[in-house]
Write a protein that binds this ligand. Structure first.
Ligand code: GAL
Length: 813
């Protein structure tokens, strides 16, 4: 198979726009991204700036660079920056320009996915909720109102980047930009207007004159010169719609996201490496990990419904920014191996030879120098392959793996042979001034339990249209006048809602609550109530848990008790009162939210009660003070024991919590087979455990001391056993084997041979240390025979004061 170089797309910088002396040119053809004339393959990783803090950015970006990446990719989150129409916010952790400059300072490129529809498991896909209520608007289609807003925001971001000199032709780091996001998935639902919209997106993007190429992911009809790209777990079969376009993999999902009640997904390092190596074997030019660092959905930014607060994604950097090993290290080794062939891959012609059913040798030959670089892949999901390349050597290619052969005769990497270390982080209780002293205050509901809202309507309204996302909560309140109570003593109240959570009060009494599930949003609440003579008040508090972000017309999906029906069925089962068209009274949000109970600096006159701190009481605010744990370790808050709500540290929201949402107790296994096409249900962990028990408290949210933790507990919980966890040093080596160890962390076993000094060498190097490093060589482990060096598997426990650095470095010689 030959793959000659096809044409070059050149973008030049126009003198009046850019200072050309600093300019970096970005061009491409089907074989390379060409930066300043140099033909490149690009390794990129997604780090979403609002899912960490500005204090964390430099470290995350540096770790990405150390992991062998060339570029950082991020979306731009419209609803973060324009929460109110034309009132922009780029302050603090929302300072995207600072983030992009941080990337530049570390010496990496930027792939800016402006969207501004982003999906990303981010609330409402990044759309500000006010868009929803603009007269005449239809989102993501050929609609003038929407297009105008989209253009205004896109232009604003582009102009900010231009002013900061951030596009490559200005000497900045941005080498690629994206408009829209996976519209190809939904275009058929929008008819002709969908096609017109995509053409408009392309024209609008090009009119921004950014002088770097634009991409459109999963857009098989992307108008030239927009480059359509692939997202998924594997993209080796992908072909861009334009033969001049480079083959780009914009989202290689390194794991998956999690919903309340779900298990934690994992994807093995071996399978990701296989996917990446296959992609480059088959002509790939650009590859981006989605996510490289997933991070945290602070505040109410998690999408939905029912997405959890952590967005760990099983990414190479974990939620807190620690190395997730062996993933980070294995991919680093892969990047180094691929880069050995960069010049040949980007200047080469390819030939392919088949060895048996699923085994292929792809040979790249440099057109100029004649140098060679090979990929030998075995995509059989169970049988290893022995391949004899004659004078170029014999190779054992394990099932579902790719070997990278430098000069086509030396194996420098195999995707299934993991040499990187494995880490397990241990959470250890930190000193925060235990025991915590709690004070509390009830959510004020005098008005809403009496049915007093701020406006009325004779129907049951859709929730997000009313709240405009000012809060998760909306009160729906109605009065029912009863003359003769005889059939209403043991009546049944029925509330039909589209979700996500419902609390019910009748005449000021708490009657009950119910919630849906990620796979079953609609539910009908039903309970016995007794009405009295005269006016009765029904107060329904409806809560949303993240707005949807994906699918055709996701923005129009109903939330709350819209339309109902809400009914009271008399005790005789014959008389029914349908309240759906009563004169409903509404109130957006909690009084405690409006009065900023979560903000310890606000003078809201709240009386925090020291006595009789309740346990299991719904609609309760709690506050405590804690000391800042020493050191730099990541901190998490253990919220086991609480029900559902939101938590704030020094007035900053660390997100929604819901530790009572427990994952299915079945479907997890200790071992995880990397072979075969990956599905997120595979290799899950956390069966029978809360989907999220631990909540990230970024160090930058803390004061030197005297930190205030405030909780709003909606369901009723017990705050008395909360713990703050920090981290530690190596205290115990549980397993060490130098030789041919098998298995994975948690279930390592010695292989066919091992050094009897394995434990002693590792203990000496590591016990009591925050980090340690051991030469992985025969001589270090006193092996005298002359063969190749072995591998080292270590399982250790960290304890003491710094867990984040409590990792063993294995250096494979
Ligand atoms: C893609 C989307 C991303 C993210 C991902 C799943 O479809 O483009 O934004 O949602 O799926 O994590």
């Amino acid at each position: 198979m030959s793959n000659p170089r096809i044409g070059t797309f050149l973008i030049t910088c126009s003198a009046f726009l850019w200072a050309c002396s600093l300019a970096t040119t970005v061009e491409y053809d089907s074989n390379a991204i060409i930066i300043n004339g140099e033909r490149r393959i690009i390794m990129s990783g997604a780090i979403h700036y609002p899912r960490s803090t500005s204090q964390m950015w430099p470290d995350l970006i540096q770790k990405a660079k150390d992991g062998g990446l060339d570029a950082i990719e991020t979306y731009v989150f419209w609803n973060l920056h324009e929460p109110t129409r034309r009132k922009y916010d780029f302050s603090g952790d929302k300072d995207i320009i600072k983030f992009l400059k941080n990337v530049q300072e570390v010496g990496l490129y930027v792939v800016l996915r402006i969207g501004p529809y982003v999906c990303a498991e981010w609330s409402y896909g990044g759309f500000p909720m006010w868009l929803h209520n603009l007269p005449g608007i239809q989102l993501r289609t050929d609609n003038a109102v929407f297009k105008e807003e989209m253009q205004i925001f896109t232009t604003k971001i582009v102009n900010m980047c231009k002013e900061a000199g951030l596009f490559a032709p200005q000497g900045g780091p941005i080498i690629l930009a994206q408009i829209e996001n996976e519209y190809g998935d939904v275009i058929s639902h929008y008819g002709e207007e969908g096609n017109a919209y995509i053409k408009w997106c392309a024209q609008m993007a090009l009119s921004q004159n950014i002088s770097v190429p634009w991409i459109m992911c999963k857009q098989s009809n992307a108008p030239s010169p927009m480059i359509n790209t692939c997202n998924g777990y594997y993209c080796d079969n992908f072909k861009p719609n334009n033969p001049k376009s480079p083959k780009m993999f914009t989202e290689n999902w390194v794991g998956w996201f999690q919903k309340w009640g779900e298990r934690k997904p994992h994807r093995t390092a071996e399978d990701i490496a296989f996917s990446v190596a296959r992609f480059f074997q088959r002509g790939g030019v650009f590859q981006n990990y989605y996510m490289y660092h997933g991070g945290t959905n602070f505040g109410r930014t998690a999408g939905g419904p029912y997405l959890i607060t952590a967005y760990d994604y099983d990414a190479p950097l974990d939620e807190y920014g620690n190395l997730n090993q062996p993933k980070w290290g294995h991919l680093k080794d892969l990047h180094a191996a691929l880069k050995l062939g960069e010049k040949i891959l980007t200047n080469g012609t390819t030939t392919e030879k088949q060895y048996g059913n699923s085994v292929y040798l792809t040979t790249y030959t440099n057109n100029v120098t004649g140098e060679k670089f090979c990929f030998l892949s075995n995509s059989d999901d169970s049988q290893d392959a022995q391949v004899d390349l004659q004078q170029n050597g014999k190779y054992n290619v394990p099932a579902w793996s790719v070997s990278i052969l430098q000069d086509c005769n030396k194996e420098v990497f195999n995707t299934a042979k993991v040499k990187a270390q494995t880490n397990i982080y241990v959470k250890k209780q930190a000193t925060i001034g235990n025991p915590l002293n709690w004070v509390w205050t009830p959510e004020p509901m005098d008005d809403t339990l009496k049915g007093l809202g701020s406006f009325k309507a004779p129907l049951l309204l859709e929730q997000k249209g009313v709240t405009v996302d000012a809060s998760d909560y909306l009160w729906y309140m109605a009065e029912v006048f009863i003359n003769d109570t005889s059939s209403w003593q043991n009546a049944t109240l029925q509330v039909n809602t589209t979700g996500h959570v419902l609390h019910v009060y009748v005449n000021g009494q708490y009657i009950g609550r119910q919630w849906g599930k990620y796979d079953n949003l609609h539910f009908t609440y039903e309970n016995m109530i007794s009405l009295h003579q005269g006016t009765n008040v029904i107060s329904l508090l409806s809560g949303t848990v993240g707005h949807p972000q994906y699918g055709a017309f996701f923005d129009m999906r109903d939330e709350g008790i819209v339309g109902g029906p809400v009914k009271i069925i008399g005790s005789n089962q014959k008389t029914t009162l349908d309240l759906s068209t009563s004169n409903w009274s509404y109130k957006v949000g909690l009084n405690g939210e409006t009065q900023r109970f979560y903000d310890p600096t606000s003078l809201n006159g709240v009386h925090w009660e020291k006595n009789n701190v309740p346990n299991g009481r719904p609609m309760t605010w709690y506050m405590t003070t804690f000391e800042t744990p020493e050191g730099e370790d990541s901190l998490v808050l253990d919220l086991q024991g609480l029900g559902k709500g939101e938590a704030w540290v020094n007035g900053k929201s660390i997100g929604r919590y819901w530790p009572t949402m427990v994952a299915d107790k079945n479907g997890c296994s200790d071992t995880c087979d990397y072979k075969g096409n990956y599905e997120p249900q595979q290799c899950a962990s956390g069966c029978g455990e809360p989907s999220q028990r631990f909540y990230h408290v970024p160090r930058s949210f803390l004061h030197q001391n005297n930190n205030k933790l405030i909780l709003f507990e909606e369901m009723g919980g017990n705050p008395f056993n909360l713990n703050c966890h920090g981290g530690k040093t190596v205290s115990e080596i549980q397993f060490a084997s130098y030789g041919d160890p098998q298995g994975k962390c948690g279930s390592f076993q010695k292989g066919e041979w091992e050094s009897s000094y394995s434990m002693a060498v590792v203990e000496e190097a590591c016990i009591g240390k925050q980090s340690c490093s051991v030469d992985v060589t025969n001589s270090k482990f006193k092996i005298r025979f002359g063969g190749a060096d072995g591998r080292l598997a270590v399982q250790l426990l960290c304890d003491g004061s710094d867990p984040n650095d409590g990792r063993v470095q294995s250096v494979h010689a």
